[in-house]
Design a protein around this ligand. Structure first.
Ligand code: ADP
Length: 309
């Protein structure tokens, strides 16, 4: 508006000087003029009329600029604020979900300690049991806070040449205890192939996928970890024969704290719904993609795609 008003003032000044000059020298002349309404008028009347018309037009123009500019600014501001609003909403949902998840183990610990302290007949053995149970809860909280930190911080990633075969062997070694507890066999078909990635993060992602495959598969089933390559990329696949994921859930499983109903109720599998959101974040930081295909009751296949070297 300021620019428009200043520009209008300048235009008014220049235009009225021009009128003045165009009508010739002032005073003492006997010339007569015909104005735009075909009426005889003096030089001063012509100038006054022209200035008035110019002022009217400039005021109208500035009003239009004010209305149009105001409207456009409002619309633009609203559009610009939408992602900010979403980010704030996501942030507050994240905090409240995180607080909610932390509150459960804390309440369990608190009630166990209170009961333990009130119990006059407590023995060394019952104290030990209490401490062991508390330790379980502390470990759960530790896992949760570590995962939350991973999601909240800008995880630093250093990309280098990584052999996917080494990553698969390392991830499998770390997942073996969980697999053995359910008598699940893991078949490793990953061939040597080099990608641009961060070895530790890629191993973490593969562990998340294999652990999930174990968690959501029946006992004595088989999990296959596979790899394939194209001109530009290498793909790593984790395939299970588990419960599968419904289409409605497939759209959300990479969201923070999302857990499909089946895993909460029927299976009663432990988890916070953070594994896949961490996996996706880590893969995106390595310029890769992660996707899932699944048939309910038959199994799921998670595929990671990374740029090949
Ligand atoms: P968590 O396993 O801790 O619940 P994740 O983020 O790792 O959290 O997974 C989110 C949800 O996706 C799980 O709760 C589960 O419902 C579903 N899911 C993940 N992996 C599989 C899988 N291999 N088979 C079936 N469902 C899965």
């Amino acid at each position: 508006m300021t620019i428009s008003v200043l520009f209008s003032m300048l235009l008014y000044r220049v235009a009225s000087d021009e009128f003045d000059r165009a009508l010739g020298p002032r005073g003492g002349d006997t010339r007569i003029f015909i104005n735009s309404d075909n009426v005889i008028a003096t030089r001063e009347q012509i100038i006054r009329d022209s200035n008035q018309r110019l002022t009217g037009n400039l005021v109208l123009f500035n009003m239009l600029v004010l209305v149009a500019g105001g409207g456009a600014s409002y619309m633009l501001a609203r559009r610009t604020l939408v992602p900010v609003e979403h980010a704030l909403e996501a942030q507050s949902r994240f905090s409240s979900d995180a607080a909610h998840e932390l509150r459960t183990p804390l309440s369990v610990m608190r009630s166990e300690i209170e009961v333990g302290l009130r119990d006059k007949a407590a023995t060394k053995k019952s104290h030990r049991e209490l401490l062991e149970s508390n330790l379980d809860e502390v470990q759960r909280m530790q896992t949760l806070t570590e995962r939350l930190l991973l999601l909240a911080n800008n995880h630093s990633i250093e990309l280098a040449t990584v052999d996917v075969e080494t990553v698969a062997v390392e991830a499998l070694n770390r997942s073996i205890p969980l697999a053995s507890s359910k008598y699940i066999a893991i078949e490793n078909n990953v061939a040597s192939n080099h990608v641009l990635a961060d070895q530790e993060s890629l191993t973490d992602v593969l562990i998340i996928l294999i652990d999930n495959a174990i968690k959501y598969s029946p006992e004595k089933s088989t999990i296959v970890v596979d790899s394939s390559e194209s001109d530009r990329a290498v793909e790593l696949q984790v395939k299970d024969q588990g419960i599968g994921i419904r289409q409605v859930d497939r759209d959300h499983i990479f969201d923070r704290f999302y857990r499909a109903d089946a895993s909460r109720s029927k299976l009663n599998v432990e988890g916070y719904g953070l594994g896949l959101s961490i996996a996706r974040r880590l893969i995106e930081l390595q310029h890769g993609t992660i996707r899932v295909r699944s048939v309910v009751g038959k199994g799921s296949t998670f595929t990671i795609k990374l740029p090949k070297i």
